[in-house]
Design a protein. Structure first.
Length: 404
């Protein structure tokens, strides 16, 4: 027997109108994102996985090219591979964006549906509260009927609590999804700018050498030592990655907040391009030709990025030289979020910032292993040297960890 059967229709109408006002005060209306897609977000999963596999293939090719002698042909091939990897990242971000737009629309619909359900629940609860236990007992045929009505009232209250919680959870999810969309749009812009820079570098090399190997070797002769050191460091990173199970890339390209920080040189592809696919150039005025960042490091290098990260988190700028020297500072610690990770291999070593505590990877080449998530510059994952990457690596990838 429904509880509302003992309530006059006029009271029900008044109650529902009252609830509409209460409901409007309790729940903020979410403005939906305009969307024309009627397809499911699930259909993008296969596309995203395929694009990720393409990016992995470009990494394999980048590793192969890194092992070749530095010639005009190998440099142009490396640039072509990097351009293809960047385009694949752009396509991957576009697929993630399209998937998120659909997810956002679905989340907003769930919010609206739950708000409608909440209105109904509030109406039922409002009506229930107008009935005293004595009236409920008087309107019941027997004790069993009374207990059923009491249980119904409790059920309505439980449903109210559950629905409000679900709406709050959905709104948090919606805010996260919208933030992810904004992040992807920023990444798309920087990736497209990076692609243009690669194309400009390719055209510049061709214009200066007229496709002549002798001219190219003359062009890079002054930078041969730097190129050799960069290649050796990358080879060491690749070797360590192979021996510890590989890696998984979550994001890459240029990190906008790092390369445009006005307190830190504010460089980009225009004033600090990576030339010959390996080395920084340009940088802060007066500190050329080594591409200095104004803090004692080469701009868009691993040590430069981690020094910036330390300032972001700890509030001071370290001047510690090469990446391997970062191990001389701080306190030895185990891998965990908020510490510095150092690799000694290569001429200068490599340094990264640990973004997460260790966890067990659930997918990719490191599935089932203990891993950490790190952010870094100059781990050539296919898009070229001098690039940002957010990457999953084995806890055994690095030689040392330091707490600052």
């Amino acid at each position: 027997m429904k509880l509302r059967s003992v309530i006059p229709a006029s009271v029900k109408i008044f109650a529902r109108r009252t609830v509409v006002v209460i409901f409007a005060l309790l729940i903020a209306v979410v403005t939906p994102i305009q969307i024309s897609q009627s397809v499911s977000a699930d259909q993008y999963d296969d596309k995203i996985n395929a694009l990720q596999q393409d990016i992995n293939k470009y990494q394999v090719e980048a590793n192969r090219l890194n092992g070749e002698a530095v010639t005009l042909q190998s440099t142009l091939a490396q640039l072509a591979n990097e351009k293809a990897a960047i385009q694949a990242q752009i396509n991957l971000n576009q697929a993630k964006y399209d998937q998120l737009v659909i997810d956002i629309a679905n989340t907003e619909k769930k919010i609206i549906d739950n708000q409608d359900a909440l209105g109904e629940t509030l109406a039922n609860l409002y009506i229930d509260e107008k009935i005293s236990p004595l009236e409920m007992l008087a309107g019941s045929k027997n004790i069993s009927s009374y207990l059923d009505k009491q249980a119904y009232r409790n059920s309505v209250r439980d449903q109210l609590t559950s629905t409000i919680k679900e709406i709050k959870d959905l709104k948090l999810k919606l805010n996260t999804q919208k933030a992810d969309v904004e992040r992807i749009l920023v990444e798309q812009k920087t990736s497209r700018d990076t692609l243009v820079a690669k194309e400009n570098e390719q055209q510049s090399i061709l214009a200066k050498t007229q496709n002549n190997e002798v001219a190219y070797q003359g062009l890079i002769s002054a930078s041969a030592a730097q190129i050799s050191a960069a290649r050796a460091t990358q080879a060491a990173l690749n070797s360590r990655g192979t021996s510890t199970g590989g890696y998984k890339v979550f994001a890459g390209g240029l990190l906008p907040e790092y390369v445009t920080d006005p307190s830190y040189g504010s460089w980009n592809n225009s004033n600090c391009p990576i030339v010959y696919t390996y080395m920084s150039s340009g940088g802060v005025a007066g500190l050329n030709p080594d591409g200095q960042d104004g803090r004692g490091y080469g701009c868009r290098q691993c040590a430069s990025y981690v020094a910036w990260k330390i300032n972001q988190v700890k509030g001071y700028w370290p001047s510690w030289g090469d990446a391997r020297n970062f191990a001389d500072h701080g306190t030895p610690t185990s891998p965990r979020a908020g510490v510095v990770a150092i690799l000694y291999a290569g001429p200068s070593g490599h340094v990264a910032w640990v973004e997460s505590d260790p966890y067990i990877s659930t997918s990719g080449p490191l599935a089932g292993q203990s891993v950490i998530k790190v952010s870094q510059y100059n781990f050539n994952y296919g898009e070229g040297y001098g690039m940002y990457s957010l990457m999953e690596l084995s806890v055994n990838f690095f030689d040392a960890y330091r707490s600052l």
